[in-house]
Design a protein around this ligand. Structure first.
Ligand code: PBG
Length: 324
């Protein structure tokens, strides 16, 4: 026997001991399921790059949300695929537009579900950018004015939380002021506070059928920047964001950790379309175990500092957790 300062393996000897000292656990309560809805389709359309994920007809959204509820999912985020696109994305702030209708349908289908709207313009503009364009530029303050209109329509439709994802400066402050002035002081904002211009969103563009071939580096963050990533979330917290977010997830665990150390608001992480597609591809190739892989990524998010996870795997994870 050799003398050692400490033997870590003593607490690894049985499942009971391991569970007793486990630092991070995952719960279905902390998951948010993204749902895609497309106008003018009759049947769910599979998203080829994201096996198992579909765009649903509006008429089936209620059913879809009810199914998520029955599987234990308690929060959904809605993405609309508009067939009424224009240069400004005005359908998104029409009281009878797709965003408002989705919120009302989800709300009616599962009254206690936390219904979150993704507040952006890229699924509603004919050019596919996340705001008002002037040539190749996306105009920050003009976009914020429209975002305020969109937020009010979502609020009036009964949304439980807004999730602005467009990366315009001053988003949270503008929304908070607009909402408060209209009496929506109790409506929380989950800001996509630190969102990178990432190649991992590739399949999402397929998902929302945006045909968008441009890039968003003039508003989304440079993937090389860690200090700035922290500053973005710090500022959103100061502006009054109720929940912060890092997006994408797996390649940005350092950023998650740094924000966790600096901010006190709940922190979400978005496991994005490309992360989902990569895991699916690895599983399809027979080189990795899906359940183990997905649960490992989830625990990694928790360990890095995430409280909440937006993931296309939400329902599947709920099933796995229930099965134990
Ligand atoms: C829209 C938006 C995007 C995603 C969420 N909201 C796309 C983008 O910024 O290009 C990506 C989600 C995913 O990839 O799963 N602003």
């Amino acid at each position: 026997m050799i003398e050692l300062p400490f033997r870590f393996r003593r607490l690894r000897r049985s499942e009971g001991l391991r569970r007793l000292v486990r630092e991070n656990a995952l719960a279905t309560d902390d998951l948010i399921l993204p749902i895609f809805v497309e106008e003018k389709i009759g049947q769910p359309v599979p998203i080829i790059s994201m096996p198992g994920v579909f765009r649903y007809p509006e008429a089936m959204l209620g059913e879809r949300v009810a199914r998520a509820w029955s599987k234990g999912i308690r929060a959904v985020i809605l993405f609309g695929v508009s067939h009424h696109k224009d240069v400004r994305g005005s359908d998104s702030w029409s009281p009878d537009g797709l965003m408002a209708r989705m919120i009302r349908a989800a709300r009616a289908a599962a009254p206690d579900m936390v219904v979150i709207s993704d507040n952006c313009f890229c699924e509603y503009t004919d050019h596919g950018h996340c705001g008002v364009v002037d040539g190749e530029q996306v105009l920050n303050d003009d976009t914020l004015a429209n975002l305020g209109l969109q937020a009010l329509v979502a609020a009036q439709a009964g949304v439980d939380m807004l999730a602005p994802s467009g990366m315009m400066d001053g988003t949270v402050r503008t929304l908070r002021t607009t909402l408060d002035a209209a009496g929506f002081t109790q409506l929380p904002i989950m800001s996509y506070s630190t969102k990178f211009a990432s190649a991992f969103y590739g399949p999402f563009r397929d998902a929302v059928d945006s045909g968008f071939k441009g890039e968003r580096s003039s508003y989304q963050m440079d993937i090389a920047n860690g200090r700035e990533a922290v500053a973005e979330s710090v500022l959103d917290e100061e502006e009054g964001a109720d929940i912060l977010m890092v997006k994408p997830g797996m390649a940005y665990l350092d950023v998650l950790h740094r924000i966790r150390e600096r901010c006190s608001r709940p922190l979400a992480v978005y496991q994005v379309s490309g992360e989902y597609a990569m895991i699916k591809a690895a599983v399809a190739a027979g080189v990795m175990d899906e359940r183990a892989l997905v649960l490992e990524t989830m625990v990694a998010f928790r360990r890095a500092g995430a409280d909440l996870v937006l993931t296309y795997y939400a329902e599947q994870i709920a099933d796995w957790l229930r099965a134990g």
